[in-house]
Design a protein around this ligand. Structure first.
Ligand SMILES: [Zn+2]
Length: 201
């Protein structure tokens, strides 16, 4: 834990798909370990793209998560003893009550918590975990990436099915894991243009 009197911060580092959020998380974990500090990595059980316990970046680096949180779980706070930082991957999928607990962990245990995740889904609506983080976080930082179709900064996640862009009015489940190639980082202009183009085909 940190020294008395120093408030630990709650960070929300958000970015579109492909913005190397997990790579950033693993780099932070590496830096802490280099300084002989203890970190914990947490992820929601929902994200099972790469196996239940793995936190893996597209660059190929991976690491076992220390805590895999099911949808009805809360964090076991006894695990926080002696921890210098809690790192959270795919935080958009966490329940808002878990984000409340992360806030509590920073104030009560003085453990900094750094959350990485998407801000919005392909319909450009906030995920529940991301909404609560935008409400509670001390620091909100963008992890930037470039639009898949032009050179502007990506702000949205465009869903592609069989080569067609899927618009915000389409039905179906919001979360479709296991097919990550279906989501592309997109600027606002290309998001509209690709959906219009697909609708007219
Ligand atoms: Zn673009």
């Amino acid at each position: 834990m940190n020294e008395q009197g120093i408030m630990a911060k709650l960070y929300f580092r958000y970015g579109a798909v492909g913005s190397a959020k997990t790579l950033n998380l693993l780099a932070v974990a590496h830096n802490y370990r280099q300084q002989n500090k203890r970190i914990l990595i947490l992820k929601p059980a929902l994200d099972t793209r790469f196996g239940a316990n793995q936190v893996r970046s597209r660059a190929g680096l991976e690491q076992e998560a220390d805590i895999v949180l099911g949808s009805n779980d809360m964090i076991d706070e006894t695990k926080l003893a002696g921890v210098d930082c809690l790192l959270v991957d795919e935080c958009q999928f966490l329940e808002s009550r878990v984000i409340d607990q992360l806030r509590f962990i920073t104030t009560e245990y003085r453990v900094p918590v750094i959350c990485y995740g998407l801000r919005t889904d392909f319909k450009r609506r906030l995920f529940s975990g991301s909404q609560r983080l935008l409400e509670l976080a001390d620091a909100i930082e963008e992890v930037k990436t470039t639009c898949a179709f032009c050179n502007k900064k990506a702000v949205y996640n465009l869903k592609m099915v069989d080569g067609f862009a899927v618009g915000p009015d389409s039905q179906g489940p919001v979360v479709e894991l296991g097919c990550e190639e279906k989501y592309l980082p997109s600027c606002a202009g290309c998001y509209d243009a690709k959906i219009l183009e697909s609708a007219s085909r």
